[in-house]
Design a protein around this ligand. Structure first.
Ligand SMILES: [Zn+2]
Length: 464
């Protein structure tokens, strides 16, 4: 800590920020958002959007890094990392809000609420999965959905939002009971962003506790940005709804944690274009906080980090062409493409290559924009036959999705032409980025441990 304090003083001098306690804290966690992911987005921002300035988070005056290893592995999962980022303790993979000996540990939400702050959490993926759950629940395993979700009701959090719930996997009755438990805990439920705005119109004032999730979730989340689903809830809307609710509960001080959860899902699928579009969507959410910061610069702190790197994504691979602009030729996520092709293969009595060729042109820009070679075309045709005609090709299973061999090949070709490489479909043990701006942002300099971050947030607010 001493080293960090020294570094903090050095940075504070260069940041010329008043050393006031942070009254408004925005804590953003890009799930799976490694440095390679940020770098690919920066490259897209420069080469495709022709922007002269870096992406928002990378323009913050503090840019450092954090170690993400867990108590059980050099490569953390979201549960151990979520616990580290919420509570400041290292635990074993799969454990939520508990130390390695299964003793419950409280998140900094408890300290902030004791100090009178309104606190909220939101995510674009399941509200009862690891990253948000670490803020309100304790479980020896992140898969214990029946015990995790109901703990939200007693959390005291003013705002909870997610793209969906793991609990739904336990059946309709379990989810209905959960909603009853939440209502008993004082939560008003808003099914969708429009419904959230309706809550305000009804009573003139927002309720003190809000649970928000989309009416029509898309496979466990709000839906990928690249799929352009009409009316889909966005990370920025979640941030805006959280901000309005917290400001209503306590306009003097609040803390929110917002997770860009589907960055991780796109990265597990090794979907390079999907990751870039998801980080840009995450940037829109950060911009909600940044606009608030511009109105209250000396009292607001924004911290952006990641729980781990997913996929080991990098710009650079053997023979790659490095044209990041092909991210715009891609009009569909790898997950949605896999689902579409699977259903198409099942429901089409006589699947033809010509029809698939048309789809590849339309949805991935193959041959028209992306210069798919003769050799690659032959490989695609071979896998087309093996996936849809003889059906002997094996599926590829990753953490959140199953891909037929044809989809895996098509996206491998797309990644190749974009020059994007991957080392894994799981997590990588790389350092994760840390960005900060505002009140006491200088505390976040140096090579941090992920466990330092919540403790430094407390210190920045004068709570330690
Ligand atoms: Zn994660």
């Amino acid at each position: 800590m001493k080293r960090q304090i020294l570094a903090a003083f050095a940075a504070a001098a260069t940041l010329s920020m008043a050393a006031e306690d942070a009254k408004y804290v925005f804590y953003f966690i890009g799930d799976g958002m490694g440095l390679g992911h940020v770098n690919a987005t920066e490259t897209y921002n420069r080469d495709v959007l022709r922007s002269d300035s870096p992406i928002l988070m990378a323009s913050f005056p503090v840019a450092s890094q954090a170690r993400s290893y867990s108590a059980s592995s050099p490569i953390t999962d979201s549960a151990a990392a979520g616990t580290a980022l919420a509570s400041g303790i290292k635990t074993k993979n799969s454990m939520v809000g508990m130390d390695p000996d299964t003793v419950p540990v409280s998140s900094i939400a408890v300290d902030f609420m004791k100090a009178g702050y309104a606190v909220g959490v939101g995510t674009t993926v399941q509200a009862d999965d690891a990253t948000p759950a670490a803020w309100y629940a304790h479980a020896a395993n992140r898969g214990m959905k029946e015990t995790i979700a109901p703990q939200a009701a007693e959390s005291g959090l003013s705002f909870i939002a997610g793209g969906d719930f793991k609990l739904k996997g336990a059946g309709e009755v379990a989810f209905r009971e959960f909603k009853d438990v939440m209502r008993k805990g004082g939560y008003e439920i808003a099914e969708g962003y429009a419904a959230f705005n309706e809550l305000k119109r009804k009573g003139g004032k927002l309720p003190r506790k809000v649970l928000m999730y989309p009416e029509n979730p898309s496979g466990g989340q709000v839906g990928y940005t690249i799929d352009s689903i009409p009316g889909a809830m966005t990370c920025a809307q979640i941030t805006e709804a959280c901000l309005q609710t917290l400001e209503n509960v306590n306009p003097e001080k609040f803390l929110m944690m917002i997770e860009g959860g589907n960055i991780d899902w796109a990265a597990h699928s090794n979907d390079g274009g999907g990751v870039i579009k998801e980080i840009l969507n995450f940037q829109d959410a950060i911009n909600v906080a940044y606009q608030f910061y511009l109105r209250h610069p000396s009292e607001t702190l924004i911290v952006v980090t990641a729980d781990h790197d997913t996929g080991g994504m990098s710009l650079g691979r053997n023979g790659g062409a490095y044209n990041i602009a092909y991210a715009d030729a891609q009009k569909i996520s790898k997950d949605s493409f896999a689902d579409w092709t699977r259903n198409w293969g099942k429901n089409t009595p006589d699947p033809t290559w010509e029809e698939m060729e048309k789809m590849l042109k339309e949805k991935l820009g193959f041959w028209t924009v992306v210069p798919v070679s003769e050799k690659e075309t032959q490989e695609l045709r071979k896998l087309f036959d093996e996936t849809f005609i003889s059906k002997k090709a094996e599926d590829e299973q990753t953490l959140y999705h199953t891909f037929n061999a044809f989809t895996a090949k098509a996206f491998s070709i797309l990644n190749y032409h974009m020059g994007i490489g991957w080392t894994t479909t799981y997590h990588a043990g790389n350092f994760v980025p840390v960005y900060a701006i505002g009140a006491n942002a200088g505390y976040f300099t140096g090579c941090l441990n992920n466990t330092d971050i919540p403790l430094l947030i407390k210190r920045a607010a004068g709570l330690d």
